[in-house]
Design a protein around this ligand. Structure first.
Ligand code: NAD
Length: 275
């Protein structure tokens, strides 16, 4: 709200794409972006999840313009087709939030099946590349302010045990984000990454490895203790950061990876004793 009491809408009439919009943070971002006035192309492999997101968006924002498309981000041809469809449907593309990511299986490098490594890189890193490549093609067709947001992770800024495939993919996403920023900073496209810490989503809940089997409370306690705020983050906190990065409010920010982690990256996690 501004001093005159008017609501400031960050993304009025902007057209955006969210990948991984059928669940978790992608779903939360869809609701927030629609509230900010955006028209949205929502991508996911899970059609049921997409339908749920569409219903939630329409409940919060009656009349919201939403196009749901079944897209596997590791399929380059389908990614290209879907991005072109969104731009044709709404006339332009202004922003994109490349959210899709799959987790780690919890094995040390020496035990990790090569197929798992390959699949994770294909979805998390190749998928982010395919999306960015064809989003850029559409964004270069307009003279408007454009923004690409990648969802990386604190696991893209540091190593964690049993997570080589995830760590490598997310470090790669941050490298890709920086390269896009360098290539297009003077062509009207900004590129940034959000690095979530532990956020309360279905992916995170599916995370407990052997050490927390049958002990979901211990898993929450452990993860909360890794952040100086001593709590998990929320989907809404990720969506608020994403709305800022998608909008012209962040017009001089490009090439940065922003931790949204309650301070986890600001400290040595061993300082926090979770017992
Ligand atoms: P989620 O599992 O709730 O949602 C991910 C969505 O991506 C799902 O709807 C799934 O169907 C979709 N998806 C999976 N593979 C796909 C593919 N090949 N093509 C298209 N869609 C596909 O996950 P989330 O917790 O919301 O995570 C979103 C992003 O945030 C991921 O990139 C994840 O790595 C990252 N992240 C999550 C956490 C966390 O604590 N939840 C922390 C750090 C980073």
């Amino acid at each position: 709200m501004n001093k005159k009491g008017e609501n400031i809408v960050l993304l009025k009439n902007k057209v955006g794409i969210i990948t991984g919009a059928g669940s978790g943070m992608g779903q939360g971002c869809a609701i927030r972006f629609a509230k900010e006035g955006a028209k949205l192309g929502l991508f996911d492999v899970d059609e049921k999840g997409l339908a749920e997101t569409k219903a939630l968006v329409e409940e919060e924002v009656p009349g919201a313009e939403v196009l749901c498309l079944k897209v596997d981000v590791s399929d380059e041809k389908r990614v290209k087709e879907a991005i072109e469809t969104v731009a044709e449907t709404f006339g332009k593309l202004h922003f994109a939030h490349n959210h899709v990511g799959i987790g780690h299986v919890g094995l040390p490098v020496g035990d990790l099946p090569t197929e798992v490594w390959e699949r994770t890189l294909r979805v998390n890193l190749f998928g982010a590349f395919y999306c960015a490549k064809y989003e850029i093609h559409e964004m270069l067709k307009n003279d408007d302010h454009c923004s690409i947001i990648f969802t990386a992770s604190v696991g893209g800024l540091m190593g964690t045990p049993g997570s080589s495939e995830y760590n490598a993919s997310k470090h790669g996403v941050i490298g890709l984000m920086k390269a896009v920023a360098c290539d297009y900073a003077d062509k009207g496209i900004r590129s940034n990454a959000i690095c979530p810490g532990a956020i309360d989503t279905p992916m995170w809940k599916s995370g407990p490895g052997k050490e927390f089997e049958g002990d979901p409370e211990g898993f929450v306690k452990f993860n909360a203790s890794r952040s100086p705020m001593r709590r998990l983050g929320t989907v809404q906190e990720i969506a608020a950061t994403a709305a800022f990065l998608a909008s012209e409010e962040s017009s001089h920010i490009t090439g940065v990876a922003i931790p949204v982690d309650g301070g986890q990256m600001a400290t040595d996690s061993s300082y926090f004793n979770w017992d």
